[in-house]
Design a binder for this molecule. Structure first.
Ligand SMILES: Nc1ncnc2c1ncn2[C@@H]1O[C@H](COP(=O)(O)OP(=O)(O)OP(=O)(O)O)[C@@H](O)[C@H]1O
Length: 252
């Protein structure tokens, strides 16, 4: 597969991407030269069997892990050497498979801590904007430990969105949710990308969710990107069937 062109700040150019990312962990090669790119308002879905390297790729893209080689580019700038917090301040937001909330705090205290972590501090209006966007209806005094999974996800998303990030990296945002809640997440992701022009890279196993939201899909297997294209194209690819769906059938 040809390397993706470098992300740049020119109009219509990729907002974010990576080139030929290689990563070793525990003495083993985990990622073998991954390239991708995403534009403003675009949703790129990533699928692949367990152990394919999806989460490891997110660790590299968000700045938690430094790759052995390759580059991560944001608005045309090489951010490969920037740590997680510096990338977060640039506007690279990340959500995790498990929505871990600060369970010593209340909802209001979590919002306050988030506002004060930003420079310059964000206002109460920013927090209200985030909560409204995700439809979080929880009292400020509510301890976050008492929130259900959906509200935990909403709280964490509201904390990210109050910063108005241009890019979100979402690792299985529908994990642990029931169908009606998945529909709500689906609606939110579409609104963020299509109405607010946010670029989104999403790791997601649910084909029906990808069908609704993904403009393009990348399939990973054993640390490689084995296919790239529309969902329809990749579903018709025999390589993808062999690597992903047959394995999923065996696991079912
Ligand atoms: N810290 C680590 N040290 C050594 N190997 C690791 C480490 N973290 C992950 N791996 C290995 O890297 C490979 C990719 O794992 P990763 O979690 O990125 O895959 P994944 O596609 O996200 O899987 P899943 O769908 O199960 O979350 C796996 O073989 C895993 O065992």
């Amino acid at each position: 597969m040809p390397a993706a062109p470098a992300a740049s700040s020119a109009p219509g150019a990729p907002l974010f991407g990576c080139e030929d990312i290689r990563l070793d962990l525990g003495g083993r090669a985990i990622l073998h030269g991954i390239s991708l790119e995403v534009r403003r308002g675009e949703v790129l879905g990533i699928i692949g069997p367990n152990g394919a390297g999806k989460t490891s790729l997110f660790e590299v893209l968000s700045g938690r892990l430094r790759p052995k080689s390759g580059r991560v580019l944001f608005e045309g700038r090489d951010v490969t050497g920037l740590p997680l917090h510096a990338r977060a301040r640039l506007g690279i937001g990340r959500t995790y498979q498990t929505p871990v909330v600060p369970d010593e705090l209340t909802v209001g205290e979590t919002f306050k801590a988030t506002r004060q972590a930003y420079r310059p501090y964000l206002t109460r209006f920013d927090a209200e904007y985030g909560a409204e966007l995700v439809g979080l209806h929880a009292r400020d005094e509510e301890p976050t430990a008492r929130l259900e999974t959906m509200n935990r996800r909403k709280l964490l998303l509201a904390c990210l969105l109050m910063r108005r990030p241009p890019l979100l990296l979402m690792d299985e945002p529908a994990a642990g949710l029931i169908n009606s809640e998945v529909d709500e997440i689906d609606h939110l992701i579409r609104m963020l990308s299509k109405e607010m022009n946010v670029a989104i890279i999403i790791v997601e196993h649910r084909i029906e969710l990808l069908e609704q939201i993904a403009d393009r899909v990348m399939v990973m297997d054993a640390g490689e990107a084995i296919a790239h294209g529309s969902l329809k194209e990749i579903l018709a690819d025999p390589k993808v069937h062999a690597a992903y769906f047959e394995m999923a059938d065996e696991e079912a």
